[in-house]
Design a protein around this ligand. Structure first.
Ligand SMILES: [Zn+2]
Length: 252
């Protein structure tokens, strides 16, 4: 394994990620919340930024594209929607792939938070960069997509190997846990997880990244087809149940 992942806080509650391949010397930025922080972190590591992989168009994900490209001459990959506001060199969509040295990332369509949101899954490294589609015990707000689209996206993420390490873009876990306990009362695995999260945050530790497997048992948004959740939240189909849970979280 020649990949090294560097995670660091950015802006108020974003996480920045730099992924470095020591064999080729290539480094990619996963999103660009803040150019200065990314350039400083890369320099401290001694890594040369050669790429940017955007997940969606929001400014706290693509706002640093121009400045990082100007400083490094890197190539910017991402969904078409990014190009409306920020520089983009290569358009990616679900089913495409991106490469960093000898490592391949499969691009997954995870639209719903924004219409064109994509995720990057590196099967050999067991890593997935999911932006604002999936959070620990939560998912992104549905700004642009439909419940059908968002639920289909979550089903695609849910189908990844359970041991996959999920790298999401925000530290929202504590607030998500409070809602999850409300949405799915009596879930013992969730109660254990919520206690661990509280202890980690009290100690100033990040709760991200996290394994997908645990989310399958505890994340209410990944459990919209669970009979108990459907009975509790209503809906004749998983996407209707998902819509009910998402609406409840928005006003929680
Ligand atoms: Zn976003």
């Amino acid at each position: 394994m020649t990949l090294e992942l560097h995670q660091f806080p950015c802006l108020s509650d974003n996480y920045g990620y730099l992924l470095h391949d020591s064999a080729s010397g290539e480094t990619t930025c996963i999103d660009t919340p803040d150019a200065e922080t990314y350039l400083r972190e890369a320099e401290a590591k001694g890594w040369r930024i050669t790429q940017i992989w955007n997940t969606h168009w929001h400014p706290d994900h693509a706002g640093g594209n121009a400045a990082i490209k100007a400083a490094t001459g890197c190539t910017i990959y991402g969904p078409q929607e990014v190009s409306a506001k920020f520089p983009l060199d290569v358009v990616l969509a679900g089913g495409d792939s991106a490469t960093l040295g000898g490592n391949t990332a499969q691009v997954i369509d995870v639209g719903g938070h924004t219409k064109g949101h994509i995720a990057y899954h590196l099967p050999e490294a067991g890593l997935a960069f999911v932006g604002d589609s999936l959070f620990a015990l939560g998912c992104g707000r549905m700004f642009e997509g439909t419940p059908e689209q968002f639920w289909a996206s979550l089903e695609r993420l849910r189908a990844l190997p359970a041991e996959t390490t999920i790298c999401c873009a925000h530290e929202y876990t504590q607030a998500n846990a409070a809602f999850a306990l409300h949405a799915d009362p009596g879930n013992d695995a969730l109660m254990d997880y919520a206690r661990e999260i509280e202890a980690k945050r009290a100690a100033g530790e990040p709760t991200v990244p996290f394994p997908l497997g645990r989310e399958l048992e505890t994340n209410p948004f990944l459990r919209a087809d669970d009979p108990d959740m459907q009975a509790h939240w209503g809906g004749d189909s998983p996407d209707e149940t998902f819509a009910a849970i998402r609406a409840a979280k928005d006003s929680f």
